[in-house]
Ligand binder design. Structure first.
Ligand code: GDP
Ligand code: CA
Length: 335
């Protein structure tokens, strides 16, 4: 089952990944497999989706990353944990409790323990680091901030808290604007800032997460965009679109509603002030001419761990090549 990684590019320096939930975690698990040295990989995760539910603090994107990196994710369902059961949710329903957010029994254990430790005065960073240790994850997984940030979606049906929009209303209302409550005063995670300032940083990878819902909350933290403009290492974005569509979720719908072009050029536009290279799917190779930075076109669908590891290696090799200067990369013109 284990992939032969001997022919894949492996980085010598540190790597920073910015990540949302399921889509981002698919690439993060590839980076994690490629970079087994503890602390060499830092994964900074969106917490704009976090919310309180049934008295528990739930951090959906952090959990997706923890499950993906520890191999505990359910590949078939595409979210949550493998070998999951739903007894608690059924019993909650019986009692008339809110049942619109799917909580599996194993998943609940994480929410219960995290909520408990938060009440004991632990920080979200500290708790996440301990969970990583317990789950055998070598990468340094960080919440983007220990201060609360809450994504709010302004729609044609009014203002909706993120989970109201995303889960309860199944992303149906038309998006007019998105804001990140608390982001302007939240302090970016200290370890994230340190990583960006580290001279041994080799690449920053923005995972194929939803640009507006998963990556923008991270970029909205004070100083983050500037830090990405200033960082010496190349910043590479992996597009979440394949064939001009989202693999899953509302990314394409939201881009269209915000009047962005729903293609590689639209993805590049969102990140243009700091973007050094864009990885797009081979199906979208024709978009490359309209993208103002070097492009790598390659299959980006990550069904299995092997797909994730291969794409992670290609992305880092692309970053490495960009560091060596403008040139032709895998047949795609670097400009
Ligand atoms: P969420 O927080 O769980 O909604 O997940 P993310 O924001 O991290 O990721 C959602 C995005 O991942 C969607 O826009 C999908 O198009 C994208 N995505 C999911 N799986 C894949 C994949 O295998 N390849 C690529 N390129 N994108 C993917
Ligand atoms: Ca999310």
């Amino acid at each position: 089952m284990t992939q032969d990684t001997s022919s894949l590019y492996t980085p010598a320096g540190r790597v920073l990944a910015l990540c949302g939930g399921v889509g981002g975690a698919r690439l993060a698990r590839g980076l994690n497999a490629l970079i087994p040295t503890p602390g060499q990989l830092t994964v900074a995760v969106n917490t704009g989706d976090d919310f309180e539910h049934l008295g528990l603090t739930i951090c959906p994107d952090l959990d997706s990353v923890l499950y993906g990196l520890s191999g505990k994710n359910d590949e078939q369902r595409g979210w949550g944990r493998a070998d999951e059961t739903w007894h608690c949710l059924e019993a909650l329903k019986e009692l008339g409790a809110a049942d619109w957010f799917s909580l599996g029994d194993r998943d609940l254990a994480v929410h219960i323990e995290r909520s408990h430790q938060l009440r004991e005065g632990e920080t979200l960073s500290g708790i996440t680091a301990r969970f990583c240790e317990r789950l055998g994850i070598a990468a340094h997984v960080l919440p983007m901030s220990d201060d609360p940030v809450r994504t709010t979606v302004h729609t044609d049906e009014g203002e909706l808290a993120f989970q109201e929009y995303f889960v309860r209303r199944a992303s149906r209302p038309k998006v007019q604007n998105i804001s990140y409550r608390g982001a302007d005063t939240a302090r970016p995670n200290e370890a994230l800032l340190q990583c960006l300032a580290d001279g041994s940083l080799e690449a920053v990878v923005i995972c194929p997460s939803n640009p507006q819902l998963s990556i923008d909350p991270i970029l909205a933290l004070p100083g983050m965009r500037q830090a990405l403009r200033d960082v010496d290492a190349p910043v590479i974005v992996v597009s979440p679109l394949i064939g001009g569509r989202a693999v899953k979720g509302p990314a394409a719908k939201i881009m269209a509603e915000l009047e962005l072009s729903v293609d590689s050029a639209g993805i590049a536009q969102v990140y243009l002030d700091f973007l050094d290279g864009l990885v797009i799917d081979a199906q979208d190779a024709d978009d490359a001419d309209r993208v103002p930075v070097p492009v790598l076109a390659t299959p980006t669908l990550m069904r299995r761990q092997e797909d994730s590891t291969r794409l992670a290696a290609q992305t880092l090799a692309f970053a490495h090549a960009l560091r060596q200067g403008p040139q032709r990369i895998n047949g795609t013109t670097g400009r």
